[in-house]
Write a protein that binds this ligand. Structure first.
Ligand code: DX5
Ligand code: ZN
Length: 231
């Protein structure tokens, strides 16, 4: 499985987003943080903005909804043509029904867990999702420090995904840098969101390549069905 790097445009120059998207065209997906000032104490983009980004982006959109009432609002983001739409477990009234609706529209469905949210209740729902986002900082702001205490959750998910052979991507978001990406890769992540680490670099394309190389060197995935156990 490829290690995917998804730069977060939360760290980009908001006055020049089309140009900023051009600087990360070698990435896998562009991570778009939608915040509503209710679920998190910060406000970013809405539906109209995401729809327009979708039109000009050279790479597909990975939309991360940090909003209340995703059951009501998330389908609209899928309808913009976003590649994936991830909503928060803590905010959704009916995560399974919402995931099914997102898939029906044609997006990959993701569920996100804040650092304090346990993964156990969601393990049996994994077949309903294409991606699980393990937040490695408290959602709301870029530039925070990676929380290593979230890694056991990722290890647990990674084990279940391997044992079941499900095609569920494991994403980490928050504080992912050259120094921390290897830790997350070893714990089982295969999709890495990086905001300040990418846009803070002089040449974002070079940073994307470096992050991908480190993640790959620390990869912890095993082909399903080989019977190999992780250490
Ligand atoms: C935080 C957002 C992240 C943020 C990550 O709530 O979900 O996507 O952009 O930024 P960095 O990589 O700077 O921690
Ligand atoms: Zn995010």
């Amino acid at each position: 499985m490829t290690m995917r790097i998804n730069p977060s445009i939360l760290a980009a120059d908001f006055a020049n987003l089309e140009r900023e998207l051009g600087r990360i065209a070698s990435a896998d997906l562009v991570h778009v943080d939608v915040m509503d000032n209710h679920f998190v104490p910060n406000l970013t983009f809405g539906l109209q903005m995401v729809g327009r980004l979708q039109e000009v982006s050279p790479i597909p959109l990975d939309v991360h909804l940090m909003i209340d009432e995703p059951d009501r609002w998330a389908p609209g983001y899928a309808e913009t043509g976003a590649f994936s739409v991830t909503f928060h477990a803590e905010a959704a009234a009916d995560p399974v029904a919402l995931a099914r609706r997102l898939r029906q529209i044609g997006a990959r469905a993701g569920i996100a867990l804040k650092p304090g949210t346990a993964v156990e209740p969601y393990l049996e729902l994994l077949p309903e999702f294409d991606q699980v986002l393990v937040m490695t900082v408290e959602p709301g702001f870029g530039g925070q420090s990676f929380m290593p205490e979230t890694m056991p959750k990722l290890e647990r998910l990674s084990r279940v995904v391997r044992e079941t052979g499900l095609d569920v991507w494991l994403q980490v978001d928050g504080g992912i840098t050259i120094d921390t990406i290897g830790i997350a890769a070893e714990a089982g992540a295969n999709t890495f969101v990086a905001g300040s680490a990418v846009f803070g670099a002089e040449v974002p394309a070079e940073r994307i390549m470096a992050l991908r190389e480190i993640a790959d060197a620390h990869r912890h995935d095993r082909a399903p069905g080989t019977g190999r156990l992780d250490g």
